[in-house]
Design a protein around this ligand. Sequence first.
Ligand code: HEC
Ligand code: HEC
Length: 322
Amino acid sequence: MKSANIPRLLFVILLLSLALILFSHALAQSETPPAADIVAGAELYDRWYAYLGVNPPSGDMPIWSRQTTNSRSGAETWRCVECHGWDYKGVEGAYASGSHLTGFPNVMKLAAGLSLEDIVSHLHGSKDPAHDFSKYMDDTSLRRLAEFLKAGTIDDSQYIDPISLQPRNANIEHGRQLFTGICTTCHGDDGRKIVFRSEGIDESLGSIANRDPWRFLHRTRFGVAGTKMPIGSNLGWSPEDGRDILAYVQTLPSGFEIQVNTPQVAKTVTPVASLGGPAHDLWTGILTGLGAFAGAASYSILFIAGFVLVGVLVVTLLKKRK
Ligand code: HEC
Ligand code: HEC
């Protein structure tokens, strides 16, 4: 080989190593965040101030005045879910009509095109100063919100028919088995032991499941912010398990034709079987390993190649001077 070709060869090696490094970074990005972070993000999305145990900001969220169709005010207007929906689809989903209509966007779709860093930066108000939450939440919380939006959301239309509001392809018997025991301790066999007071009416778990299946599914998967309750995700339940429970609870009585006297919010908390930790299966394990190997290998090649390149350049320069 002619010595003049060596720098060219080294240059190619450099470029290849750079490509490998970019590739391994992309792999690292696609890694699933820890399940506990996603649950935290989901509860922050539900009602961040309840999750953090702080008072909601006073007045309405600044963006709220850009719409006139949703007449809620105060604390509610600061919840991610009030603007972006339980199905995360904002105006393109269940909040396309009804009292929750605001016209605000489908956050699942927007988040899909953004990196975690982009989302955190948006939550700092980088794009729209009125959308700044950094005064109220630290970066850990903002990052968990971003992780939830990237890795925890599901397309609810796979599980819930938007017209009939009934679950698709559900196994009601499987839902009954999951619900009985772990959920009935607090909610009762008929889902009426805890009375939910929402928008001025008394509701049972059954009526929530029928009226707002998206909210039911989100909260069965991730719990209710500020409430100690077994969390589907921590029990290792899949979205399909959540859907099956939803289908079963929809068959429970909706109304309160038999008057329930006292709201019985249980004081005792059933220990939650925490499966914790990242949900790593074999495939993500292999990808992570590959990514780490590619990363380490390409950094070493880059280092050696750069070193040799400098050497060769010095030698050629010296030769030319002679
Ligand atoms: C009062 C309504 C409202 C609330 C509350 C709200 N958002 Fe938004 N969000 C919007 C609007 C409107 C947009 C469209 C872009 C903009 O103006 O910021 C948006 C855009 C976004 C985007 C996309 C940003 C982009 O670059 O396209 C993300 C991500 C997001 N919101 C996350 C959240 C999270 C997380 C919360 C809760 C901490 C939240 N939003 C609370 C109204 C709201
Ligand atoms: C330790 C008692 C306890 C257990 C066990 C429990 N819950 Fe709950 N659940 C609660 C409380 C308390 C609330 C909140 C009540 C409120 O908002 O006033 C709640 C709320 C909910 C909601 C939200 C309803 C709404 O307002 O949107 C859903 C859905 C739900 N529970 C489903 C379940 C499922 C499914 C199980 C079984 C995995 C379960 N719960 C087990 C105590 C419990």
